[in-house]
Ligand binder design. Structure first.
Ligand code: C2E
Ligand code: CA
Ligand code: CA
Length: 412
């Protein structure tokens, strides 16, 4: 069984209209059928999905050869009206009776294999394997547990300091979410944020972190420790038109002055739809919050757009900092980012600073605000609060660095 799915078909529908999309599907069906034997069965499952049954093959390899041939068939461009464009397929393959002897399972397995083909680059075919099934089952179980965790609010917000080494002050905290699993284990966001994004669970999690961070930082503010907090915003949250309102509500409900809230948005999200991103950024800016571009240098920012975005901060991605002492390319990129940020009047923050030599090099290049294990690891609010309360504030919005205890807190 071959499960065939067109790559990026939505793009054709969205940009050229559904009539063109329909015509493309007809042409695809004709092309596929022209390459099949009379004994094969082809059906359209809906949308841009086709299923093909190939009975009586001599070998497993033959299924791969046919999939390969069908993928090759799409290489020549499609013409609809005045439009001419290329299309590719991703194909998943399941085998009867090896993978399953019932129809429904066979289909599910071919679908799972197709999804893996998509995840691993598209325009390719993929056989189903037990390994894929294991991964699917684990993901499914994790998504189920995540849903439960959202209901029970099994999340905690940790905070990591950003320090200005020239002024010897803590200039902000980044809020970083952790999932307290029922087993007691702390699960790091790298393990569940991507899953949460794919399964529509990121919004409630993001909302929880936003509200929690605002409340916590407001409490510190009330105690005389006014430290700005940065909250990470996922693509799904940012692209939702109600997001600025959500931020407004979180500020209002917590009482936190908007100047103490910063939002971190990754580059890719802004470039996805530049005009829409700009509108959202302007709305957020009007609330008085600060805006940062996270993981800067890893996406595809058009520099021309960068200057038109009302952004206050560039966070230099940790991958550059990690290798800057050994890789002159990385150190040159950092230097270019620093010059760019300065030229546009933005604040620069280097992430993932672990060694004194990195801090020194960054300082020499002109970046003084740093975040990394060298200064402090992300820690629970109670611990960060203890550090903050021991400090006297020179100016609002910044507190002196002490080498905090949070430095030795194990990073989960
Ligand atoms: P990020 O926004 O780039 O956050 C920085 C990550 O780098 C954090 O990982 C932090 O613990 C880690 N880090 C800080 N200093 C160092 C260092 O010196 N060396 C090394 N090797 N790592 C360092 P964490 O907490 O595991 O978070 C990972 C990612 O998950 C974050 O990357 C962010 O993209 C995402 N994330 C975390 N919390 C949230 C959240 O509330 N919402 C959303 N949407 N994403 C979140
Ligand atoms: Ca971040
Ligand atoms: Ca980052």
């Amino acid at each position: 069984m071959l499960f065939i799915d067109l790559d990026h078909f939505k793009f054709i529908n969205d940009s050229l209209g559904h009539a063109t999309g329909d015509e493309v599907l007809r042409q695809v069906a004709q092309r596929l059928r022209s390459r099949l034997r009379d004994s094969d069965t082809m059906s359209r499952r809906g949308g841009d999905e086709f299923v093909v049954l190939l009975p009586g093959l001599d070998s497993v390899e033959q299924a791969g050869t046919i999939a390969e041939m069908l993928i090759g068939e799409t290489a020549s461009p499609y013409v609809v009206g005045n439009n001419k464009f290329g299309l590719t397929f991703s194909i998943g393959i399941s085998l009867f009776p090896d993978d399953s002897d019932d129809q429904e399972t066979l289909l599910r397995h071919a679908d799972a294999a197709m999804n893996l083909a998509k995840q691993t680059g598209r325009n390719r075919y993929q056989f189903f394997s037990r390994d894929i099934e294991d991964k699917m089952r684990k993901r499914y179980a994790l998504a189920h547990q995540l849903r439960h965790a959202i209901e029970k609010q099994h999340f905690e917000v940790f905070y990591q300091a950003k320090v200005d080494i020239a002024r010897h002050t803590i200039v902000g905290l980044e809020a970083l979410v952790r999932w307290r699993h029922e087993s007691g284990r702390l699960i790091s966001p790298g393990e569940f944020i991507p899953l949460a994004e794919e399964s529509n669970l990121i919004e409630p999690i993001g909302q929880f972190v936003l509200v929690q961070a605002c409340r916590q930082v407001y409490a510190w503010h009330q105690q005389g420790q006014s430290v700005p907090v940065s909250v990470n915003v996922s693509a799904v949250q940012f692209l939702n038109p109600v997001f600025p309102q959500t931020v407004h509500d979180a500020l209002l409900q917590s009482g936190l002055p908007s100047r103490l809230l910063e939002l971190e948005i990754t580059e890719g999200v802004l470039m996805h739809d530049v005009a829409a991103a700009r509108v959202t950024l302007e709305k957020l800016k009007q609330l008085g919050v600060r805006l940062a571009i996270d993981d800067f240098g890893t996406g595809y920012s058009s520099l021309a757009y960068l200057k038109r975005f009302p952004v206050d901060v560039l966070k230099i991605d940790q991958s550059f900092v990690r290798d800057m002492l050994t890789d002159t390319g990385d150190s040159k990129i950092i230097s270019a980012i620093i010059n760019l940020g300065r030229g546009l009047g933005m604040e620069l923050v280097a992430e993932g600073v672990e060694q004194q030599a990195q801090a020194d090099a960054l300082h020499r290049l002109g970046c003084t605000i740093m975040q990394g294990f060298l200064y402090s690891r992300p820690a629970p609010a109670a611990e960060v609060g203890k550090v903050l309360s021991r400090l006297t504030l020179p100016t609002p919005g910044s507190v002196p660095i002490v080498k905090p205890d949070v430095r030795h807190h194990a990073n989960p």
